[in-house]
Design a protein around this ligand. Structure first.
Ligand code: PMP
Ligand code: GLN
Length: 380
């Protein structure tokens, strides 16, 4: 069989988690919490199952959940999406991303991807027959930033889509209002669409607030805005997310979605809809994770690892060049097998060979897990 994705192997997250398990390493590699979710959320899903919500839901998602999502976006970002025609529940953000790309990128068209980038964007663009146009973020003392002028220069008449991700995996950087203004100026007067991956929307630190594409009318009118309950409610294995997009875009999204998954599991949707009545969990998430971020950063401050800014997400990037000149993948392996703390090489988020001497740690862990990792990293 001739592969449709010849350059794709097993994802770095799977590989590093396996290596961590094999060597008894503290797994700060793959991004997932090592603690449970709110028992009230488990009760809500159990109740939904017992109440008989176990057959196919509507193709676009359980209405109560779509309404709760639209209400949340309205309250936080001031954009009124119509729950009936503009919100679709998906099997995690991954399916939302892939489906959005498949429904709008045609063979021969280009999609600009800002690198380092989450690993699912490029393969989806390739499957759609599109061309990935990578655009590297700049990294300096102040951390990572998007060079908007270079992005403007990468636009061609074939550009169909620009993929953005804020808060950003793996760098922990965030896009601010001024960034969105630059993006809006670039796409004004074109038919370029935006795919905005906002799965870490509720993890933004130091008093800053997430600036959603939904809050920017000129961008929202051409955007698929994606999020995931896995991140917000500490249930990455549930794989329930959503896409918010104007009705014309949502209609095309749904054409692909109905043959992609058809529907997303019913009891989870009912449970999530009930649980969403309380805004407390998402309103408190930034404080919850900022404390963990600060604990982790304070612990690393005495080491030779240089901490990059971590403005959002549950990831902390470090520059290790004072410690080692190994390439990133080998340094991450060394950390895992010798120091017994797993990390992810940032080079895995680039489409071409790129070494910056930076690895990513995930701090979505119990304090005792973070302390154990810090003890092991203390010697570095
Ligand atoms: N986008 C980004 C930036 C992510 O970090 C993740 C989680 N790995 C996803 C999308 C996928 O989310 P989900 O697990 O809901 O598919
Ligand atoms: N989003 C998670 C990360 O970046 C992992 C997702 C996955 O395993 N594919 O680590």
């Amino acid at each position: 069989l001739q592969s449709r994705l010849p350059s794709v192997g097993t994802t770095v997250f799977t590989t590093m988690s396996a290596l961590a398990a094999q060597h008894g390493a503290v797994n700060l590699g793959q991004g997932f919490p090592d603690f449970g979710c709110d028992p009230k959320l488990l009760d809500a899903v159990n109740e939904a199952m017992r109440a008989g919500h176990n057959q196919y839901p509507p193709m676009t998602g359980v209405p109560a959940l779509r309404e709760a999502i639209a209400a949340k976006i309205g309250q936080l970002y001031g954009h009124a999406y119509d729950a009936a025609t503009e919100i679709t529940v998906t099997a995690g953000a991954t399916q939302a991303v892939t489906t959005a790309i498949l429904c709008c990128v045609h063979p021969g068209e280009e999609a600009i991807v800002i690198e380092p980038a989450y690993d699912s964007y490029a393969p989806a663009i390739t499957l759609a027959g599109g061309t990935v146009v990578p655009l590297e973020m700049e990294v300096g003392e102040d951390g990572y930033s998007v060079p908007w002028q270079k992005l403007a220069a990468a636009v061609t008449p074939r550009t169909r889509l620009i993929v953005i991700n804020s808060p950003h995996n793996p760098t922990g950087s965030i896009l601010r209002r001024a960034d969105l203004e630059q993006l809006a100026a670039i796409v004004a007067g074109t038919d370029i669409l935006i795919l905005s991956d906002e799965v870490y929307e509720h993890m933004v630190y130091d008093g800053e607030r997430h600036v959603s594409v939904a809050s920017h009318p000129q961008l929202a009118e051409r955007a698929f805005v994606v999020s995931s309950f896995g991140k917000t409610y500490h249930v990455t294995g549930w794989k329930v997310g959503y896409v918010a997009a104007p009705a014309v875009l949502s209609a095309e999204f749904r054409k692909v979605h109905q043959y992609n998954v058809f529907t997303v599991n019913t009891p989870m949707q009912h449970g999530l809809a009930n649980y969403m009545a309380d805004p407390g969990p998402w309103l408190g998430l930034s404080d919850f994770y900022q404390r963990k971020r600060d604990l982790f950063r304070a612990g690393l401050a005495g080491t030779r690892l240089r901490l990059l800014p971590a403005d959002g997400t549950y990831f902390q990037c470090v520059d290790y060049r004072a410690v080692s000149d190994l390439p990133e993948a080998q340094f991450a392996q060394w950390l895992t097998t010798e120091l017994k703390v797993a990390a992810i090489p940032v080079s895995a988020f680039y489409s071409s060979a790129r070494e910056s001497g930076i690895v990513r740690f995930c701090f979505a862990k119990q304090d005792e897990t973070l302390r154990l990792a810090l003890e092991r990293l203390a010697a570095i």
